[in-house]
Ligand binder design. Structure first.
Ligand code: ADP
Ligand code: ASP
Ligand code: MG
Length: 403
């Protein structure tokens, strides 16, 4: 008999029919003698709708009230899923994050988990219930309701799996696992049966939406076995652990694209010590997350600096940069970041060259570049990003299983 934390995302609980399918799935797991703790997200696009609603009500959106609002989505979903389970003959009870003992720091809209008590969840399991826990929420050390941020339900599931010593944390979603690239963009993207934590972390850092990056970090740190799988079928998905796979050792594992960043360029910046320090200190003080940075070679004592930021922070970054009066500031929202990820890159020097040749052959210009030990990222014109993903996926033959 095993203990499994099963997390279902928004699409998997989008309507009453989907909820009964989830209930049936849980009923079958329980009938095999396993214990289950469920974590669910808000129904369908409800989180987006609540955010839009807040936008329409007022320009003043205190973090405390935003969290009170957003967490209502998951609260509604857990009550309905628990009802669906009881209807399917599975005794079940719902819990808010606070009731489940998920204690967070005092940051609103993006709180971090400080501790998971889980006493009531353990008691519920011991009494023979299937507890259904609201994802992405908790209670702060100041006793306020907090939201863990977008995609935070994955983190709730992993944190509960760790606290309860579960055999695995199963993240059910609308695709059957982690693919060699976004299956919406490349039709012959291949599902990986296994991936290492290092590679998955690098993929999520490069912009892969599934699973949420913080949940992967948490699972890696605490040794929680992750299984990403389909909410629509019973097929095995992608397992994540630290074992070196002998089956799938490729130089390049995946292509990831991210359309959520914008480029800021400051031209004619004086080329002298301390300028970059002032710029990036000011951005950090305003909590602007800078990703890639490029500085050109100095010509006649002046240089250009470009960097990327999340599109949501573009105007803040522009204001800060302009305010410093360093040079002429321009921004470009229409960019895409395309990354190659693979643990085998470290020992294979030809990967970067092949990536650039492939993009050049497709007539795609590279605007910025950055690398880590197991990743190469290029910023390209946003309109060509999906083309770039397709040609790279083909060039590195990622559709073919590695033997
Ligand atoms: P959920 O709401 O279930 O938490 P998300 O909608 O946030 O899940 O993420 C799932 C989506 O991520 C999939 O529909 C898929 O299109 C997209 N995706 C992008 N890249 C990948 C990839 N490499 N592997 C799997 N899914 C990916
Ligand atoms: N419903 C929240 C969101 O869409 C949390 C989650 O699904 O993980 O971000
Ligand atoms: Mg989601």
């Amino acid at each position: 008999m095993g203990l499994y934390v099963q997390k279902f995302g928004g699409t998997s609980v989008a309507d009453p029919e989907r909820m009964s399918e989830v209930a049936d799935h849980v009923r079958r797991t329980v009938s095999r003698g396993h214990q289950v703790v469920l974590v669910v997200s808000a129904m369908g696009k409800e989180t987006d709708e609540l955010l839009r609603l807040a936008d329409r009500v007022s320009d003043v959106r205190p973090g405390r009230e935003m969290d009170m609002l957003i967490t209502a989505g998951e609260r509604k979903a857990v009550a309905l899923v628990a009802m669906a389970l009881n209807g399917a003959g599975v005794e079940s009870e719902s819990f808010t994050g606070s009731q489940a003992g998920i204690i967070t720091d005092t940051t609103h809209e993006n709180a971090r988990i400080a501790e998971v008590k889980g006493d009531r969840i353990k008691a519920s399991l011991a009494a023979g219930f299937v507890p259904v826990v609201a994802g992405s929420q908790g209670v702060s050390t100041d006793n306020e309701v907090t939201f863990l941020g977008r995609g935070g339900s994955d983190t709730t599931a992993v944190a509960l799996a760790h606290c309860l010593g579960a055999d695995a944390c199963e993240l059910y979603t609308d695709v059957s696992g982690v693919f060699t690239t976004d299956p919406r963009v490349v039709t012959n993207a291949r599902k990986m049966s296994h991936i290492s934590f290092d590679e998955l972390l690098e993929m999520t850092a490069a912009g892969c939406p599934k699973p949420a990056m913080r949940s992967v970090e948490y699972a890696h740190r605490h040794g929680v076995a992750l299984h990403i799988r389909s909410a629509f079928t019973w097929e095995s998905g992608t397992w994540v652990n630290n074992e070196e796979s002998t089956m799938e050792r490729a130089i390049v594992t995946a292509v990831v694209h991210d359309m959520s960043e914008a480029k800021v360029t400051i031209s004619q910046v004086p080329d002298e010590p301390g300028i970059a320090a002032r710029l990036f200190r000011s951005l950090a003080d305003e909590e602007v997350n800078v990703d890639m940075i490029v500085q050109n070679v100095s010509v006649a004592g002046a240089t250009d600096i470009s960097f990327t930021v999340p599109t949501a922070d573009t105007s803040k970054a522009e204001q800060v940069s302009t305010g410093l009066g360093l040079g002429n500031v321009t921004t470009d929202d229409n960019i895409g970041k395309v990354s190659l990820v693979g643990a085998g890159m470290k020992s294979n020097p030809g990967v970067a060259a092949q990536m650039f040749e492939t993009l050049a052959d497709a007539g795609i210009n590279i605007e910025m570049l950055s690398t880590s030990g197991i990743r190469i990222s290029a910023v390209v014109d946003g309109a060509r990003a999906e083309d770039a993903v397709n040609v790279l996926h083909a060039a590195f033959e990622l559709d073919r299983p590695v033997v």
